[in-house]
Design a protein around this ligand. Structure first.
Ligand code: ADP
Ligand code: MG
Ligand code: ZN
Length: 488
């Protein structure tokens, strides 16, 4: 009997509004503030205080819902979700339950081989809880900066059929949020967190199994690995006739295992009831229509546009994944088209997704923070295309213009990187290298072509970047040809 996983994802998004969901406290990156710096009686849960709703958070919630093709509900209602936990000073979380902000949406995921529509069940507004800090062995500390930060929860239908699809879904969602600019999307800081509901069923069967929910997944890797592990685990349970019960699990990144936290409470356990201190939200069509006008072009369309320029699916995916990257690429393409010689979108895509991304990774930074503005990247590529420098030198220059706000050509001159050696000098170098390595030369003469690249590398090294690889290849080829003729 063969099984397949069935997965539904719940996503929590911290909105980047200036203030919290129900009070005026700052909600600007709580992780860099002093502990408990942004706290007032409302978000600290003092009795007798009155919350008020942040309208910017509603606006952002509507934008997300529109981008996910949802129906915006005319009436939405805040509810109290009652439970006790030390990071929740009120003893309840204000959330939405029976009347969410929006419902019945969809998100399309795409890979090289498939396109699939995932249904969105609902989008609702709520508030984040505080943070417990366990670093002190004597005590647990509490930081309420995060308590009351606006959250949007996005709940998918169980339409995902494997870990890869789940990751595609999560990545697409992060991209959309980046384009809407409603959240930092920083997963490592908890601004974007996923919960995966996983069950298994027999292939081709319609009957759903009992799900277990893996909480707080903070990276795509954790999402992928935890789903793969949990699927295998449930198959094992099934084969050994153990009943699967609805449970909440934590993912342990170190052991690579899921651990049971609690046997799942029902909705009833939370004693949901309408929040008496807040008015219902009535959303007018006029507001929705105004917001519709401000939804930007989304990653799905951007990708299509890039592919239409001749960019491969994988590169288009990378380039459209974040708003900043797409904007950078668009700017570079525009500048490249007006250059002489023209720098094509494909060349730019290659440079960005290989050399530039590698450098940004190494410096642990992002494309909007480097000194390499699109104009400079294009100038650098032009230097390569016009044979002023070779690719290896260009990578050195790229690093320099990332560190300092300087021009590629200035760096080329400072580091003396021009390909200045004459063909005659290069010819001598080629012959010298062949003489220094008679064994390899002999092998090449006997037709062992794999030594060609090795000899080529030796020559490049001895010219210290001051040569054009194409020229060297040609010179090496003709030197070998000459030897062959002499031998005959
Ligand atoms: P709750 O509100 O109690 O968390 P829901 O039934 O609303 O539970 O579902 C929460 C999530 O679990 C949704 O993303 C949904 O798609 C997913 N889900 C529901 N049933 C299953 C199932 N049998 N297998 C996998 N995922 C499921
Ligand atoms: Mg849930
Ligand atoms: Zn407050």
């Amino acid at each position: 009997m063969s099984f397949e996983p069935v997965i539904g994802i719940e996503t929590h998004v911290e909105l980047n509004t200036k203030s919290k969901m129900f009070c005026g406290c700052s909600s600007v990156d709580s992780t860099i503030a002093q502990p408990n710096q942004f706290v007032c009686p409302i978000c600290a849960g003092f009795p007798g205080t009155l919350p008020t709703t942040n309208s910017k958070a509603i606006e952002y919630g509507i934008l997300i819902s529109l981008a996910l093709n949802c129906k915006i509900n005319r009436l939405s209602i805040f509810s109290r979700k009652n439970y006790f936990y030390p990071d929740l000073p009120k003893g309840y979380q204000i959330s939405q339950h029976s009347h969410p902000l929006a419902s019945q949406g969809s998100l399309t995921i795409q890979s090289n081989t498939m396109t699939k529509m995932i249904r969105i069940r609902s989008v609702h507004l709520e508030e984040d809880a505080g943070k417990l800090i366990h670093s002190n062995p004597e005590a647990t500390l509490i930081d309420l900066n995060r308590a009351g930060i606006p959250l949007v929860e996005i709940v998918s239908e169980p339409d995902l059929s494997n870990a890869e699809e789940a990751v595609s879904y999560a990545k697409e969602l992060r991209s959309i949020l980046s384009y809407l600019q409603v959240s930092t999307g920083h997963m490592e800081k908890g601004a974007l967190r996923f919960e995966a509901n996983v069950s298994i069923r027999q292939k081709n069967s319609r009957k759903m199994g009992v799900r277990r929910e893996i909480k707080n997944l903070n990276s795509f890797k954790a999402l992928q690995r935890s789903i793969e592990y949990e699927t295998q685990q449930q198959i094992k349970f099934h084969k050994s006739n153990q009943t699967i019960v609805q449970q909440t699990l934590a993912w342990n990144e170190t052991t690579g295992q899921t651990v049971v936290q609690r046997t799942k409470e029902n909705d009833d356990d939370y004693r949901y009831f309408p929040e008496p201190d807040l008015p219902n939200i009535l959303i007018e069509n006029k507001w929705i229509n105004e917001l519709k006008q401000t939804v930007p072009e989304l990653p799905f369309d951007k990708r299509k546009q890039f592919q239409a320029m001749g960019i491969s699916f994988d590169d288009a995916h990378l380039l459209a994944s974040k708003k900043e990257i797409a904007t950078y690429f668009d700017a570079a393409v525009k500048i490249g088209a007006n250059c002489c010689p023209k720098i094509t979108p494909n060349t730019l895509a290659n440079w960005i997704t290989t050399h530039l991304f590698r450098l940004l990774n190494e410096f642990d930074t992002t494309i909007d923070k480097t000194h390499i503005r699109p104009q400079k990247l294009v100038s650098l590529i032009t230097l390569v295309k016009t044979d002023v420098i070779n690719v290896n030198s260009a990578r050195l220059v790229l690093r320099e213009i990332h560190i300092k706000p300087t021009d590629p050509l200035i760096v080329v001159n400072q580091l003396n990187l021009q390909q200045t050696l004459s063909d005659k000098t290069l010819s001598t170098i080629v012959n010298d290298i062949l003489e220094q390595h008679p064994e390899q030369t002999q092998l090449l003469l006997e037709g062992k072509t794999s030594v060609f690249n090795w000899l080529f590398g030796q020559i490049m090294k001895s010219t210290k970047g001051k040569s054009n690889p194409k020229t060297i290849k040609n010179l090496l080829k003709s030197a070998i040809e000459n030897k062959r003729i002499k031998e005959k």
